[in-house]
Design a protein around this ligand. Structure first.
Ligand code: NGQ
Ligand code: ZN
Length: 455
């Protein structure tokens, strides 16, 4: 890699759009200077609209391979839980090579749509028989390789998965690939340590309060270095809330917060079914709520209480989770639309300080996503990664548009991908909408899908 710079006639800085900015970065991909009131030079690279790339704070990459394959009604009433049974069947078949091919395709798609970082919530640890691979970190390494090959920044989160349900229920047969205890997870963190860099961080994710006990969560928390992110699925389905109440007398969020462990390091994924009190407590903890709108819609989870959470000053980011969508714009658009439909109102994701819904959503998801990733991303600021998007200023939606209308237009006026170029760590990985390794990655994916679809 080499150092570089770009002149932007409009750049989205932490306080909002600013004109005449020059970004500088070093050979390691970190921004060294954000020059303001700059003058364009004749022969330098230039762009009209530049904004920070988004963090995808929740991904199960392998599920990309089954997107669109579970939309057919079964004989019994379909639900999150019947979907999960089908998902487990897919999960049992995926080889390390296939995982790498699927994740490469996914990360490439995500990059083209504006994600420049991903938090990979990875639980496909063992082989199909339930035995460890020769290298226990084999599958995690495949995901890291896919991130590196495509240029995606990554937070790898090996998932602690010990039980099938509350009260330490033993795992089901079809959960055998996920099986890990605290020691397994700490070993994975250890083996993956050499991969840590400015582009790759390693954290841990207890899968859920169903799959990991409070004691295990305490143990992992105690052993993990204090700067590493921790993610967990929580309160996505009412059935989980009811089971938690029955087993512990507490609701899931209550139970987790009672440990006193939850702070800015944490990402609470979904957090769909909350009392007003839980909303306030999460907001106060400084943790990030990981909202995965399109997956939550696809699985019939319910609505996140966005207005109450915003009112309480809560932090949030977005994730594409099961990858029924790979677009941050669609994720954020449906976050707002879900609330409009639910509340029969408009312009919900806004505050007195930020009335532009598109700006509010992009800005919040940038900072929440960055926090959840544990990496220096999400803003055009010296010291942060040089991860940014260049929009197509010639697209009819953007041509001649004042910068303050750009995010609203992008988010709420059609489905064309307005991204022209994508830079990660100062390297241009998408140019004129095409990824630098697109045809090769796509070919490997198509081949992989040919065998998976035959299942
Ligand atoms: C997962 N996905 O781990 O992939 C979960 C389903 C579960 C979502 N929650 C499995 N969207 O929660 O038990
Ligand atoms: Zn998930």
């Amino acid at each position: 890699m080499s150092a570089g710079s770009l002149f932007a006639s409009n750049a989205y800085l932490p306080h909002g759009w600013e004109s005449n900015v020059r970004l500088h970065w070093d050979a390691d991909g970190a921004m060294t200077e954000v020059e303001r009131a700059a003058q364009p030079q004749q022969h330098e690279p230039q762009a009209v609209f530049v904004l920070p790339g988004m963090t995808n704070l929740h991904s199960h990459a392998f599920q990309r391979a089954m997107a669109g394959m579970t939309e057919m009604a079964g004989v019994s009433k379909d639900s999150f839980w019947t979907w999960r049974d089908v998902m487990y069947r897919y999960a049992l078949h995926i080889t390390p090579e296939q995982l790498q091919a699927i994740a490469s395709q996914l990360y490439m798609e995500c990059l083209r749509q504006g994600y420049t970082s991903v938090c990979e919530f990875h639980y496909l640890h063992r082989n199909s028989d339930g035995h460890w691979y020769a290298r226990p970190e084999e599958m995690a390494q495949r995901l890291i390789a896919a991130a590196q090959h495509t240029g995606m920044g990554m937070t790898m989160l090996p998932v602690l998965y010990s039980y099938a349900d509350f009260n330490d229920q033993p795992l089901r047969q079809d959960q055998r690939r996920f099986h890990t205890g605290v020691d397994d997870i700490l070993r994975l963190v250890d083996h993956l340590a050499p991969q840590r860099s400015a582009q790759v961080e390693i954290g841990v994710a207890p899968h859920s309060l169903r799959a990991a006990s409070i004691d295990q969560i305490r143990a992992v928390h105690a052993a993990l270095p204090a700067d590493r992110p921790l993610h967990i699925h929580i309160a996505e389905q009412t059935k989980e809330v009811d089971a938690c109440l029955a087993a512990t007398g507490r609701r899931p969020v209550e139970l987790l917060l009672e440990t006193g462990l939850v702070d800015e390091r944490w990402c609470l994924v979904h957090a769909t079914h909350l009392t007003k009190e839980e909303v306030r407590h999460i907001a106060k903890s400084g943790a990030v709520a990981g909202i995965c709108t399109t997956t939550e819609g696809n699985l019939g989870d319910g609505f996140f209480d966005l207005p109450a959470y915003i009112e309480a000053g809560g932090r949030f980011g977005i994730g594409s989770d099961s990858h029924v969508s790979q677009s941050p714009v669609e994720e954020l658009r449906w976050l707002e639309y879900g609330q409009r439909l639910r509340l029969q109102g408009r312009n919900i994701a806004s505050t007195e300080q930020q009335r532009n819904v598109g700006d509010f959503l992009w800005q919040q998801a940038l900072s929440g996503g960055a926090q959840a990733s544990g990496r220096q991303v999400g803003q055009l600021t010296k010291g942060y990664r040089a991860d940014f998007l260049v929009l197509d200023e010639h697209h009819p939606n953007l041509a001649g548009l004042p910068s303050k209308a750009v995010l609203n237009t992008w988010m709420f006026a059609g489905n064309d991908n307005l991204i022209k170029d994508v830079y990660v760590a100062g390297k241009r990985v998408v140019h004129n909408g095409q990824h630098s390794a697109q045809s090769e990655i796509q070919q490997a994916y198509v081949e992989c899908m040919r065998s998976l679809r035959a299942l």
